[in-house]
Design a protein around this ligand. Structure first.
Ligand SMILES: Cc1cc2nc3c(=O)[nH]c(=O)nc-3n(C[C@H](O)[C@H](O)[C@H](O)COP(=O)(O)O)c2cc1C
Length: 392
């Protein structure tokens, strides 16, 4: 299932550390290439020799006194996924606040790959406002979580805070790595196109490109080959191939040259453009009584109509009509539609959060809560992965 995938297992100081030895074993059995980091505290609960015997390599325990000159950057670049299990309140707090005071936290800060946390702690620690604050920061930074569950805790207590079982953590790992070998080709479109009226003016829309860029970032962090065709000038991680465009016609042309297994069409492509756009600026004295419009090419349809069509995710930015979006999904033939009502607070254009409804081709809807756009991106890619795995 994870043949040859490079997983960095990072173990922190909680009683649940004993279960991480079993997790290491499951990873090895699934074919993963595993390196282990142990924090100082974790070694009060489980020894390095146990992991060495399971994964066949000595765990990394020290930022300064190992063989490597720079172990945190070496490990950060080597791995495809970091799994922090168990994740203590302390380590989560450090990472949420950018504190890189040991090998584990320095590696997580230095890496561009996805990080999965399996928190484990007493209920009081989990429910403490500081932990919840750190959790929400980590989520909005695009990190992944599995658990915690409710059940028996150390010292005979019970409640929420129990680490997810190793089998569940394995499922979460497979969801992120997608069971693919990292060669998945993902095309993402983003931003709002601008349709020129003259060399100075254009018809545009309010799309910032944040959602599409968050998807491109998240897909790249998962090791996919990502091409982003964008009408936005927001930054993305360096491994994303970026094609900048301005108009719907340019977007169509750029997209048509890109082979993809998955196409996530998050751009807000203009439906109409001025029928004539001159080379000269229209002057006030000339006057302009009306602007004649013509339809733009349908970029989404061009991808759906391909002979060798990819898995296609469409986006619908609407103003309140979910039924219309569902009908549109059926009619356009997308594999998944992400609907968002741009009139809702905290949702849609320009904001860092989004409240979306996922619509499948059968018309089933899945309403997600208000989430950071990075988390929407992560959940969306998990959903795409699950659909692709189900199709084999
Ligand atoms: C017996 C015992 C059990 C502990 N279990 C947990 C735990 O489950 N979760 C947690 O967040 N901290 C737990 N702690 C506290 C952490 O070990 C402590 O905060 C430590 O500094 C964490 O360091 P690390 O995150 O670098 O491994 C426990 C401490 C003791 C003594």
């Amino acid at each position: 299932m994870l043949q040859g995938r490079r997983v960095l297992l990072a173990v922190t100081g909680g009683v649940a550390a004993y279960k991480s030895a079993y997790l290491a074993r499951l990873l090895v059995e699934a074919g993963a290439d595993v390196e282990v980091i142990l924090t100082d505290s974790s070694q009060a609960f489980i020894g390095p020799q146990t992991f060495a015997a399971i994964v066949g390599r000595h765990p990394h325990t020290d930022l300064f006194h190992g063989h490597s000159v720079s172990p945190h950057t070496d490990l950060a670049r080597w791995c495809e996924l970091v799994v922090v299990a168990p994740a203590t309140a302390s380590t989560m707090g450090k990472i949420a606040n950018g504190i890189s005071s040991n090998l584990l936290t320095a590696t997580v800060l230095a890496t561009e790959v996805p990080v999965l946390f399996a928190p484990a702690m007493h209920t009081e620690m989990w429910e403490h406002p500081a932990t919840q604050r750190n959790l929400s920061t980590l989520r909005s930074d695009g990190h992944h979580f599995v658990g915690p569950a409710s059940g028996a805790l150390a010292g005979g207590d019970a409640g929420i805070g129990r680490m997810a079982e190793p089998e569940q953590i394995m499922e979460a790992i497979a969801g992120i790595l997608g069971g693919s070998d990292g060669s998945l080709r993902v095309l993402v479109t983003a931003g709002g196109t601008r349709e020129p009226l003259d060399p100075v003016r254009f018809l545009g829309n309010r799309s910032s490109g944040k959602m599409g860029h968050a998807i491109a970032d998240e897909a790249a962090r998962r090791g996919y080959q990502v091409t982003l065709v964008t009408a936005s000038d927001l930054a993305v991680v360096p491994s994303v191939k970026v094609v900048e465009v301005e108009t719907a016609a340019e977007m169509l042309e750029a997209v048509s040259g890109i082979e993809a297994d998955v196409a996530i069409m998050a751009a807000a492509v203009a439906d109409f453009r001025p029928a004539r756009s001159g080379d000269e600026k229209i002057s006030r004295s000339e006057g302009l009584s009306s602007i004649e419009l013509e339809p733009t090419p349908d970029v989404l349809a061009s991808v759906i109509d391909r002979e060798n069509r990819p898995y296609v995710v469409g986006f619908a930015a609407e103003t309140g009509d979910l039924d219309r979006a569902v009908a549109k999904t059926m009619q356009k033939g997308v594999d998944l539609l992400v609907y968002n009502d741009v009139t809702e607070p905290g949702s849609g254009f320009g904001s860092d959060t989004n409240r979306v409804v996922i619509v499948d081709p059968e018309g089933n809807t899945d309403r997600w809560p208000l989430l950071g756009k990075r988390e929407v991106a992560a959940r969306l890619l998990d959903r795409v992965n699950a659909d692709l795995s189900a199709r084999g």
